[in-house]
Design a protein around this ligand. Structure first.
Ligand code: NAP
Length: 327
């Protein structure tokens, strides 16, 4: 079974690898593969599934499809599962279809619960910082989510450090403790580390569940020599751009050479690296099929990377602040 780690100083334990439903679980995807992945993940000990209002495409369909699978196959296991959703990215037309207003955040949560066919989620996130809405307003919606029983815990995603600190103090003043922070984080994207976010979270007893630890697939061997058909970078509805891959290819080859010295494939080194960084509670991976999921779970058997490998990785892909990051 997969090891679980305590989430900051809370009672919640999360699996070292969690499954995200951003890609491959929408109405455009193969429903039987999606179902197989969820069932297989649960059978392997993945207890945490990460969703958001807008996952699909079309937006909302990942929640709807997950809700269907949950109802048909997993409802008896609801209390073994930790399910998250988020609000903040564009979801419906008009002035209240996105961002951080109380109106958007609470209406979106109600819609998510309907699609998921659940009375509550375990974690509800503010999906992104809103530069125009007062933080007090967005946090008031998260506080209401908990106080009304629609969410057990709250989290924040992609907030810069100063905004995160302010948000945390507003939540705490109302007696709602933030459980989790959700940043992008991988060997290729180390700004949460460079900006001291992970060190601060650890000190504050808040967990960090990092997304895209494989940099959307770039940290697998598939892009070392091109863009294979069917990959996320080749898909029209994929979020990864060919230009992003090309910009990173030289670095990917250098990282792959480091992995080779360890006798590992690039993605196993990338996942093990992320798991041994300060402040990291869980990695949210994506997968297109059961074979990829299993391949990623195999990285949990890899021993800790030695200091020489960490130093070699630092030389190829040092931690840099967000404004200096490439991808
Ligand atoms: N909070 C936020 O704003 C935010 C943003 C993004 C993501 N997230 C969360 O994080 C989750 C994971 O993000 P992600 O999908 O970008 O994570 P990722 O693990 O970095 O990338 C997953 C993709 O990499 C490829 N891949 C994975 N394992 C592979 C393997 N063993 N061999 C070859 N290719 C492999 C697959 O793409 P191919 O199609 O190329 O095979 C897969 O869909 C999302 O589902 C979501 O829950 C949150």
């Amino acid at each position: 079974m997969i090891a679980h780690r305590r989430c900051g100083c809370s009672g919640v334990l999360l699996p070292e690898i969690s499954l995200g439903l951003w890609h491959n679980f929408g109405d455009v995807d193969d429903p039987s593969e999606a179902r197989n992945m969820i069932m297989h993940a649960f059978d392997q000990g993945i207890t945490h599934f990460d969703l958001a209002n807008n996952y699909g495409p079309p937006p909302g369909s990942a929640e709807k499809n997950f809700g269907t699978i949950l109802r048909s196959d997993l409802l008896a296991h609801r209390d073994e599962l930790f399910i998250s959703t988020k609000a903040g990215h564009a979801m419906w037309p008009g002035p209240h279809g996105e961002w951080g207003s109380r109106k958007h955040v609470l209406a979106s949560l109600d819609q998510s619960l309907q699609r998921l066919r659940l009375p509550y989620v375990d974690v509800f996130y503010s999906h992104r910082p809103d530069p125009h809405t007062p933080l007090e307003e967005t946090m008031s919606a998260l506080i209401t989510a908990v106080q009304s029983g629609r969410a057990l815990y709250v989290g924040l995603s992609k907030y810069p450090l100063t905004m995160l600190q302010e948000a945390v103090s507003i939540l705490r003043a109302s007696g709602v403790r933030p459980l989790l922070y959700q940043p992008p984080y991988s060997i290729l994207n180390r700004w949460p580390e460079a900006e001291g976010i992970h060190a601060w979270l650890e000190q504050e007893g808040i967990g960090s569940i990092v997304f895209s630890p494989l940099a959307q697939g770039m940290l697998t061997p598939k892009y070392l020599n091109g863009i294979p058909a069917g990959s996320r970078a080749a898909r029209e509805d994929g979020f990864l751009q060919e230009s992003q891959v090309i910009a990173q290819q030289e670095k990917l080859r250098a990282l792959s050479a480091v992995a080779e010295t360890l006798g590992l494939p690039l993605h196993h080194m990338a996942l093990r690296w992320a798991l041994q960084q300060q402040g990291v509670t869980s990695l949210i991976v994506g997968a297109r099929n059961v074979a990829q999921l299993d391949d990623n779970l195999a990285a949990l058997q890899v021993p800790e990377l030695p200091i020489e490998a960490l130093q070699a990785i630092d030389r190829v892909a040092p931690a840099v602040r967000k404004e200096h990051a490439e991808g």
